[in-house]
Design a protein around this ligand. Structure first.
Ligand code: NAP
Ligand code: MG
Length: 402
């Protein structure tokens, strides 16, 4: 068999711990034997980030903007314990945060559906893709614990000297206040990312806020989405046979529980934080979730939704066997390869990505899986495989398909 050729490099961002171990096995067993893999490699492992003062993260994000598609391994976000463990010069920021800020992107997450692992919500026949706005609101707040009686005011001083002042509350005793904000530019990017992704994946978009109560703040989100939809997307949505649908957040939650799935649920930052955990835990496992960062200009970065699986890595270092689920990392690769194939018109690459996904799912459906899935499946006669043997089992299935 001749290997599939690639024309444009795929930006490859390597990572940390157990996912770095899986990354290499996936490449060796599932990619390199079949593809003449053309990647521009960036090592985002914590050691090299520290060595380069995190410049490598910035370089990898710039390369992503240059080529349009990246695949990223999970990475450590340093905390105090990691400072000592890796002898770090600084508590480097989360690479995901840095990349997201540079690409101005929105993260889309969807469960990977496989027979034998069923969501708790029985009517969810198709995955629900959650799009979370990743800027502002309560995540960038200013808070005051009010000590006693007094007047709380909201004041805006324009750079032209204009002053807008409103009373929040005349306190007659202790209490609390909070100031939050968002920017039209960020909301516009969020809206465009959602609409582009909807066209890309041929799914409806649902968006919800609490605009009946928050008549200025939430209403602004609703208006921006509506305006961008009407002016830039309505025609293309009609042609694609998909819809944009706005409702109140409480109505959206009720409808989601009764829906069949197969749509994008766009959420404000806090709603997205909470609802993505609900959707993912109802579907079984973070290791069975795809995650892609999409910029408003159409740049894509694919990754797994979970972290570096530290506990398994420490077992691995002690020479003990691990059974770490590589599905989300495999799907990060297939997502990226398929997108590269689409952009460069390489049908074989898209077809390979499809086959690798099918092989992964049918391996699980045949009863061969990692321990996390064995615990939640309805399939009888399960064979629990270790991290490496699971990937090798997928290779066997894949070779039969090719
Ligand atoms: P984690 O990697 O998500 O793992 C937490 C637990 O979830 C694991 O101990 C394991 O449970 C289970 N799990 C997650 N992924 C699994 C998989 N693929 N297969 C089987 N089980 C899986 O979170 P963490 O261990 O708390 O965090 C480790 C590091 O990841 C942190 O340094 C954090 O900064 C980083 N992180 C990175 C990203 C990212 O790059 N996108 C996201 C989140 C966290 P059991 O131990 O019960 O088996
Ligand atoms: Mg959360």
């Amino acid at each position: 068999m001749t290997k599939i050729k690639m024309t444009t490099p795929l930006v490859e961002m390597d990572g940390d711990e157990m996912t770095r171990v899986l990354w290499k096995i996936i490449k060796d067993e599932l990619l390199l034997p079949f593809i003449d893999l053309n990647t521009e490699y960036y090592d985002l492992g914590l050691e090299y980030r520290n060595e380069t003062n995190d410049q490598v993260t910035i370089d990898s994000a710039n390369a992503t903007m240059k080529y349009g598609v990246a695949v990223k391994c999970a990475t450590i976000t340093p905390n105090a314990a990691r400072m000592t463990e890796y002898n770090l010069k600084e508590m480097w920021k989360s690479p995901n945060g840095t990349i997201r800020a540079m690409l101005d992107g929105t993260v889309f997450r969807a469960p990977i559906k496989v027979q034998g692992i069923n969501p708790c919500v029985k009517n969810w026949e198709k995955p629900i893709t959650l799009a979370r706005h990743a800027y502002g609101d309560v995540y960038k707040n200013t808070e005051i614990k009010v000590p006693g009686s007094g007047k709380a005011e909201l004041v805006f001083t324009g750079s032209d000297g204009q002053v807008i002042r409103k009373t929040i509350m005349d306190f007659d005793g202790p209490g609390i206040i909070q100031g939050i904000h968002n920017k039209d530019k960020s909301i516009e990017s969020f809206a465009r990312s959602c609409f582009n992704y909807a066209l890309d994946t041929k799914q409806d978009v649902w968006f919800a806020t609490k605009d009946t109560i928050s008549k200025v703040y939430d209403h602004n989100f609703k208006d921006i989405f509506q305006e961008i939809f009407e002016n830039e997307y309505k025609k293309r949505f009609d042609e694609a046979g998909i819809e944009y649908f706005y409702t109140l957040i409480d109505d959206a939650v009720a409808r989601v529980m009764k829906a069949k799935g197969g749509f994008i649920w766009a959420c404000k930052n806090y709603d997205g934080d909470v609802m993505s955990d609900m959707v993912s835990s109802a579907c079984g496992s973070l290791a069975m979730m795809t995650s892609v960062l999409v910029s408003p200009t159409g740049v894509y970065e694919y990754e797994a939704a979970h972290g570096t699986v530290q506990r398994h890595y420490y077992k691995h270092l002690k020479g003990e066997e691990t059974s770490t689920n590589s599905v989300a990392t495999i799907f990060a690769w297939t997502g990226a390869l398929r997108k590269r194939g689409e952009l460069d018109g390489i049908e074989e690459l898209c077809a390979f990505a499809d086959k690798l996904e099918e092989a992964t799912l049918s391996t699980i459906e045949s009863g061969k899986m990692t321990k996390d899935l064995a615990l939640i499946t309805d399939i009888k006669d399960v064979t629990v495989l270790n991290s490496e043997d699971f990937i090798k089992a997928i290779r066997e299935t894949l070779e039969k398909k090719l």
